[in-house]
Design a protein around this ligand. Structure first.
Ligand SMILES: Nc1ncnc2c1ncn2[C@@H]1O[C@H](COP(=O)(O)OP(=O)(O)OP(=O)(O)O)[C@@H](O)[C@H]1O
Length: 337
């Protein structure tokens, strides 16, 4: 285990930012800390980095107790959302900065800088100033700088958060490939569930200062530990006291099995999908069902259709206990995936 966090608590005044955090983050893997704003992700990352000290607990990095080690002795590389580059230094000098302050020989600095610039595909921009790069290129420069010191651990705090959706997606794919190439233990903070599901080997869901669940993307998606995790990972709807995913509901225009009867109140086409708002006796709000256009056409579904709905076998379902899933409403308003 590369990073072991045991019994960490952290309060700011009487506000508990982190409560009883125990985590093992495996060597060489890409782990996402995922959760809503204010949940404590950045605080945990800063404690791993040594930029913040927990009130209790320990942090071990590669078997070494790092709890009381200052940040510069932990051998971590760090990239923040808004990367603060040295504006008067060239891209190459920015990348080599960490090596210069560590007083490495000049030839080594030059070679390593070149290697890093090639890794992040910025070699042709070595002599530019950071202001002459695009936002995405600047974040790649930041990654090159963090990696130049050969860190044991690479920590990224919403590294692509400030970029537009398309560049973000490109960098996300690129980070995954980069990680596979250099395979340094990487922990990144995100509040974007799609980013975490796509990129990470492991996901730790953090909410209200606590770990809600950790596991592989598939484990979390297939077996969410509760309402919060299920609601945070994508669109959900409510049927018979359970949360279920709208695309996991089978819909027919005739009764079948244990299906419940309903009435299509609204039919919306969104790209290749069709979304149905189905009123069901006993349900306070319409049940949401998504299916493909072809499926909807084949079944001749229309507003006003009488339908029967049932979760498909093996669908993830979570019993509702009263806690409102945070992401659900936004996700329902957005085009279903
Ligand atoms: N230095 C501080 N002093 C007081 N409160 C703080 C401090 N740092 C963080 N907090 C509080 O601790 C909570 C957790 O903050 P943190 O930045 O870790 O959350 P986060 O999950 O990373 O959120 P975001 O995605 O918005 O950055 C927040 O409520 C924040 O206001």
């Amino acid at each position: 285990m590369s990073i072991r966090i045991s019994g960490v608590n952290k309060s700011f005044g009487d506000f508990a930012a982190l409560t009883d955090i125990d985590l093992d983050l495996p060597s060489g893997q890409l782990t996402a800390l995922l959760g809503p704003s204010g949940g404590g992700k950045s605080t945990l990352l800063r404690i791993i980095a040594g930029l913040e000290l927990g009130d209790t607990g320990t942090v071990e990095i590669e078997g070494v107790d790092a709890t009381r080690l200052p940040a510069r002795k932990r051998n971590v590389g760090f990239v923040f959302q808004h990367y603060a580059a040295f504006r008067h230094m060239s891209v190459a000098d920015n990348v080599g900065f960490g090596l210069r302050i560590r007083k490495r020989p000049k030839a080594e600095i030059a070679a390593r800088t070149q290697e890093m610039l090639e890794l992040v595909h910025l070699a042709q921009f070595a002599d530019r100033l950071p202001a002459q790069l695009s936002g995405g290129q600047r974040q790649r420069m930041a990654l090159a700088r963090a990696l130049a010191i050969e860190p044991t651990v690479l920590l990224l705090d919403e590294p692509f958060g400030a970029l537009d959706a398309k560049v973000r997606k490109e960098l996300r794919d690129w980070l995954r490939r980069l990680h596979d190439e250099v395979s340094v233990t990487t922990v990144f903070v995100t509040h974007d569930q799609e980013e975490a599901l796509e990129v990470a080997d492991r996901i730790v869901v953090i909410n209200n200062g606590r770990v809600e669940q950790e596991g592989t993307p598939d484990q979390l998606y297939d077996e969410p530990a509760g309402e919060f995790v299920m609601g945070f990972l994508g669109p959900v709807t409510t049927l018979q006291g359970h949360l279920v995913r709208p695309h996991d509901l089978e819909v027919e225009t005739h009764p079948f099995g244990a299906a419940v009867a309903g009435h299509v109140e609204r039919l919306t086409r969104i790209g290749f999908e069709v979304r149905l708002d189905v009123s069901v006796a006993g349900e306070p709000v319409p049940v949401l069902v998504t299916l493909t256009r072809a499926d909807a056409a084949r079944k001749a579904l229309a507003e006003g259709s009488d339908v029967w709905i049932l979760p498909v076998p093996g669908a993830s379902r979570v019993a509702i206990t009263g806690q409102v899933p945070l992401a659900a409403e936004d996700d329902l308003a957005a085009p279903a995936r």
